[in-house]
Design a protein around this ligand. Structure first.
Ligand SMILES: NC(=O)C1=CN([C@@H]2O[C@H](COP(=O)(O)OP(=O)(O)OC[C@H]3O[C@@H](n4cnc5c(N)ncnc54)[C@H](O)[C@@H]3O)[C@@H](O)[C@H]2O)C=CC1
Ligand SMILES: O=C(CO)COP(=O)(O)O
Length: 333
């Protein structure tokens, strides 16, 4: 059996451990808090993040980094994007030589404006053939319940993408390969920002015309930036683009959409942070994606307005009014 180390025992790290175990891997799940690792091992459940889901015997949790890394040829990273740099700096000395990194994270680092694959490359000595991304319409709770879903495994080296595809293909999880790491990462990070604005529309009481309009213009904005940075446009039409955008913007399970809904109902960002432990990546990545768009010379009205609402400089109502009042133009511009 092949061993995979999963770092981050939150919703997605835990749910993805189930996929890996179902696909025939031996999984060591690293938890930041020792008591979480102990509970997982004793009760076969991560009661805080995935209550009611029984973890298969092939998933063992630990708080010990060295133990988690030992013998693992694949290292899966599922922490919040903004803490990855600090986390990986601590973990890098224990990585097995030649191990492949897989990012499950959907954010862009504040300040550096780096995607997670870029942060991994900077902190470790791994080349692009050792850095992959898995991204798609994969809400953790549904994946943990083994509801059928597809996803994309992207790596610049297609053979490595195929190797990982085989390692994560389970009875309920269907992975497709891609070599477009950048397109997958930007699709994953941007859909969170769009989901925030869709959530705001829902929180304000608007219906499906509004949300469909925002989703569609969100896809146009994502594609504009991703293509300017070199992504394959077809990636944005695929599972890591449109697929994830639709899942996240439609689902009450999405933390980003829920965060937006609360903003739409008038809660402040500080109040929302105080009300949950769960990460909503878009609330930070709206700033980094906006800065990336500005640096690239790309128009990003959704990121611009979402950033203003999250930062308390504008209300959700003012954002929706501003969307409609913008200078008119051709749809395909
Ligand atoms: N939950 C989901 O449905 C999906 C989430 N993702 C992505 O996976 C990544 C992780 O998200 P979730 O597991 O959902 O988040 P979560 O909020 O459920 O869990 C976050 C995990 O990170 C840990 N953590 C928090 N701060 C930390 C720090 N400073 N250092 C180390 N660990 C820290 C927490 O203890 C927890 O284990 C995010 O980038 C998210 O966008 C991707 C696909 C699906
Ligand atoms: O990325 C996700 C689904 O693919 C999960 O979205 P949220 O982080 O908004 O819950």
């Amino acid at each position: 059996m092949s061993k995979v180390a999963v770092f981050g025992a939150g919703s997605w790290g835990t749910a993805f451990s189930i996929v890996l175990a179902d696909a025939g891997n031996d999984v060591t799940l690293w938890a930041r808090r020792e008591e979480v690792a102990q509970t997982v091992n004793a009760q076969r459940e991560n009661s805080e993040y995935l209550p009611g889901i029984e973890l298969p015997p092939a998933v063992q949790a630990t708080h010990d980094v060295e133990k988690a890394m030992h013998g693992a040829d694949v290292v899966v990273l599922a922490t919040p994007s903004q803490s990855l740099r600090a986390n990986l700096t601590e973990w890098a000395p224990y990585v097995e030589p030649g191990a492949v990194f897989v990012s499950l994270m959907k954010g862009v680092e504040l300040g550096t404006l780096e995607r997670m694959s870029q942060v991994i490359a900077e902190i470790t000595d791994a080349g692009p053939e050792r850095i992959a991304v898995i991204s798609g319409p994969n809400l953790a709770k549904e994946i943990a319940r083994r509801e059928p879903a597809a996803s994309v495994v992207a790596c610049a080296d297609e053979d490595v993408a195929k190797m990982l595809q085989a390692r994560v293909h389970s009875p309920a999880f269907r992975p497709y390969t891609s070599v477009d790491v950048l397109g997958c990462e930007l699709g994953g990070a941007y859909k969170n920002v769009v989901a925030l604005s869709v959530g705001m529309a829902v929180g304000l009481g608007f219906g499906d015309n509004t949300t469909a309009s925002v989703i569609t213009r969100g896809l146009a904005e994502t594609a504009r930036l991703a293509m300017a940075l070199g992504a394959n446009p077809l990636t944005l039409m695929g599972l890591a683009g449109l697929g994830d955008l639709v899942a996240t913007c439609s689902s009450p399970l999405s933390r980003n959409r829920t965060f937006g809904e609360k903003l739409g109902q008038g809660m402040t960002t500080a109040d929302i942070y105080a009300s949950t432990r769960q990460v909503a990546e878009g609330a930070k990545s709206c700033s980094s994606l906006l800065a990336l768009a500005q640096r690239t010379g790309v128009d990003a009205p959704i990121a611009h307005h979402v950033d203003a609402v999250v930062d308390g400089r504008m209300t959700a109502t003012e954002m929706m009014d501003a969307f409609i009042a913008r200078d008119t133009k051709a749809e395909t511009d």
